[in-house]
Design a protein around this ligand. Structure first.
Ligand SMILES: Nc1ncnc2c1ncn2[C@@H]1O[C@H](COP(=O)(O)OP(=O)(O)O)[C@@H](O)[C@H]1O
Ligand SMILES: [Mg+2]
Length: 244
């Protein structure tokens, strides 16, 4: 790839962005490196999804910079950001529920890379027997696996995941987290994970940013942030941060 070896996968500098003139993210800076999991934590409404959607090119910054693999995406459309190798697993998973597992995967995989659609069954073996099942008939955990599989089969090296744990029982989240971590480590993928559930995120992340009302209020290694977990939950994350 044509990036300098030291350029992080994602660089956000002083990002201000909002909706129809109302700014909801104010001067956020963060980076995400290849081979690591970066968690964006914060209570409901903190600006996590807005930040992720801006990195993915669905929203455009009012001020500041977003670079993906060294390239400014401020003015790019989302399909152009996808071509840089970035995949988004959106809140709500973004599946076509009337289509089967295989059909959903095919939607995301370029014709020349159809083999990759098969490789994801190695990563998520329980999806294998469900190839012909419609996505709408899968359990929540299976749907989240399929959403991850679709993003991976697109073949990029940057994976943004919005609320991995949304609507899932803790036991299901526990089975997905190691897969996310090994994706980053073993495939040198940069994962940016948005989470409301602090415990889950701190177990899987290398680096953590905490957002509150559209600003970064804490940033550090997962261990550093974990050492402030009680104070964080009391000050910024509220009851939603507790695991169900
Ligand atoms: N499409 C939208 N139009 C207007 N305001 C929005 C829209 N989406 C989100 N917001 C507002 O932006 C703020 C940040 O939302 P969001 O980024 O979704 O937070 P989070 O993902 O951390 O819960 C909230 O106040 C929310 O109400
Ligand atoms: Mg959100």
């Amino acid at each position: 790839m044509d990036r300098p070896p030291t350029e992080p996968a994602v660089v956000v500098e002083d990002l201000t962005v909002g909706y129809g003139g109302l700014m909801v993210v104010h001067g956020v800076s963060m980076t995400a490196d290849f081979g690591t999991v970066t968690a964006l934590l914060g209570a409901n409404g903190a600006g996590k999804t807005t930040t992720l959607m801006t990195i993915a090119g669905h929203l455009h910054p009012s001020a500041g910079q977003v670079r993906v693999m060294g390239r400014s995406v401020n003015r790019l459309a989302c399909h152009q950001v996808v071509r840089l190798g970035l995949s988004l697993v959106p809140e709500g998973r973004g599946l076509v529920y009337s289509m089967t597992v295989s059909e959903n995967l095919r939607l995301h995989t370029a014709r020349r890379a159809r083999r990759r659609a098969e490789e994801v069954f190695d990563l998520f073996p329980s999806l294998g027997p469900l190839r012909s099942r419609r996505a709408g008939l899968l359990s929540g955990g299976e749907q989240q696996m399929l959403a991850l599989a679709c993003a991976i089969s697109a073949g990029g090296r940057i994976l943004l995941i919005d609320e991995l744990s949304h609507g899932l029982a803790p036991v299901i989240v526990e089975t997905l987290l190691p897969t996310v971590r090994s994706l980053a480590r073993e495939r040198d993928i940069a994962v940016v994970l948005v989470e409301q559930h602090v415990d889950a995120a701190l177990r899987v992340a290398d680096f953590v940013y905490v957002l509150n009302r559209g600003e970064v209020v804490m940033a550090g290694s997962a261990a550093e942030v974990a050492s402030h977990a009680t104070e964080l939950e009391a000050s910024y994350l509220g009851v939603t941060s507790r695991r169900p």
